[in-house]
Ligand binder design. Structure first.
Ligand code: AMP
Ligand code: GLY
Length: 423
């Protein structure tokens, strides 16, 4: 029996824990986990970004492997601290996690390695950034350099909005030190795609394309969120586009990272805009996407342990991935008010009835146990995921399950996968 510590407490971590414990001799420990992870393993309350706490827990629990889910612990060096103690860890080193941790590092890296991306300029002075915006009479995107929980990006529809973005990031310091510098990019128009590969530092294994729905409301309207749903595979990624993503983006990225002395191990998730059939990089994420991971883990055939462990140990040894399901779709159930303020502690009903439906898996995110009852404890509460022969079939099953689950304020999008659905 292997003991695997899973760092994080979202639906992504539940999906990883579920897949790992389903098909392998694996016992999972959630750090801190959630009510879903607690149903398949043990959970321990720790701060995921506190390397000392995570290392101490891994030792105390005699973990054979630690899987780090979210970006903040990666950027904080949790994987380095574990490896220093001889503990196998899945995820990039702190240096390699800079691909996500600094948007400016990632853009300059792309420029050095001729990886296709939007044109950009970097500023450490708000006045200079403002002058640049005033002189450029075209749509721009303003981004805080560092991690800002997905909130540090302003896709501006005019100069005033872009300048307000600079003010918020650099003068009001809404994201603290993450806003010491800003990146100003050309605005790209096209269809967004999430592409995941897993690398062992030498080779990589492509997973499958997926598409996320970031806006809060139907019709891709409303504020940006962490992701309200996802599906895999999206039809926009033809075999030709997938080839271009691998040859022009993934391969040079991993080669470039190794060349610069930051070999990348772990999951690399490239956010791309497909513009007239050409993939351009929007951003790198140095971990699995959430909710993309839920669609990939439900499509995956058999044990995911060789992939995760091979990457952590720096050697895949002839692994070839297989897909069980042609399609998967995930609908996120959020608390009313999300991504703004929302209630916590609301009882959730119907989880068993939803999970009993064929080909449906309900992953937990912001949930907790209160006197043996499952209650809400976060903005994104559940990831209702179904597989099928087609996106239509997966969507029908996922939405049937969504109807069975009830909690006060339940908020979700009815149009997840709309680009791939027939009606
Ligand atoms: P990022 O965190 O850098 O991926 O940005 C968050 C979101 O902003 C992306 O998922 C896109 O929807 C949007 N975005 C970022 N950069 C651009 C760009 N250059 N052009 C258009 N939209 C963008
Ligand atoms: N779903 C987008 C992300 O995980 O960043």
């Amino acid at each position: 029996m292997m003991r695997v510590l899973i760092v994080g407490g979202g639906a992504r971590e539940h999906a990883l824990a579920w897949r790992l414990s389903k098909d392998s001799e694996v016992e999972v420990i959630g750090a801190p986990g959630n009510a879903g992870i607690a149903a398949i393993g043990q959970t321990v309350p720790v701060d995921p970004s506190d390397a000392e706490q995570v290392v101490a827990l891994a030792k105390q629990e005699s973990a054979d492997l630690v899987v780090v889910g979210p970006e903040a612990p990666l950027v904080a060096g949790v994987v380095d601290a574990l490896r220093d103690q001889g503990i196998d860890a899945f995820g990039p080193s702190r240096e390699a996690a800079q691909l996500e941790g600094s948007k400016i590092f990632s853009k300059e890296f792309m420029a050095r390695h001729a990886i296709p991306t939007a044109g950009f300029a970097v500023f450490d002075d708000p006045d200079a950034a403002t002058r640049y915006i005033e002189e450029a009479s075209r749509p721009l995107v303003v981004k805080a350099d560092g991690l800002a929980a997905g909130k540090g990006v302003i896709v501006a529809s005019n100069a005033a909005e872009a300048i307000a973005g600079v003010d918020r990031i650099m003068r009001e310091r809404a994201f603290g030190g993450a806003g010491d510098r800003v990146l100003i990019e050309e605005c790209l128009v096209g269809e967004e795609v999430s592409y995941h590969v897993v690398s062992d530092g030498k080779r990589f294994i492509p997973l499958a394309p997926a598409q996320d729905h970031k806006r809060a409301f139907d019709g891709d309207r409303g504020p940006n969120t962490g992701g309200m749903g996802a599906y895999s595979p999206p039809p926009v990624v033809t075999a030709d586009i997938e080839r271009k993503i691998l040859d022009r983006v993934v391969e040079p990225t991993l080669r470039g990272m190794a060349f610069e002395g930051r070999p990348f191990r772990g999951a690399l998730f490239v956010g791309l805009m497909i513009v007239d059939g050409e993939p351009l990089v929007l951003e790198y994420n140095t971990r699995f996407g959430d909710p993309e991971c839920q669609t990939l883990m439900t499509r995956w055939k058999g044990s995911v342990l060789p992939l995760i462990q091979g990457s952590a140990q720096g050697d895949f040894r002839g692994l070839a991935p297989e897909w069980e399901a042609p399609a998967s779709l995930c609908v996120v159930l959020a608390a009313g008010g999300y991504p703004g303020s929302y209630e916590k502690g609301t009882p959730i009903h119907g989880l068993d009835a939803a999970s009993a439906l064929p080909q449906v898996t309900v992953f937990h995110a912001g949930t907790a146990l209160h006197d043996d009852a499952v209650v809400t404890s976060g903005g994104r509460v559940l990831s209702v995921t179904a597989i099928g022969e087609s996106i239509d079939e997966a969507a029908k099953r996922a939405y049937e399950a969504v109807e069975k689950i009830d909690f006060e304020g339940k908020q979700f999008r009815r149009d997840i996968g709309w680009r791939a659905r027939s009606g």
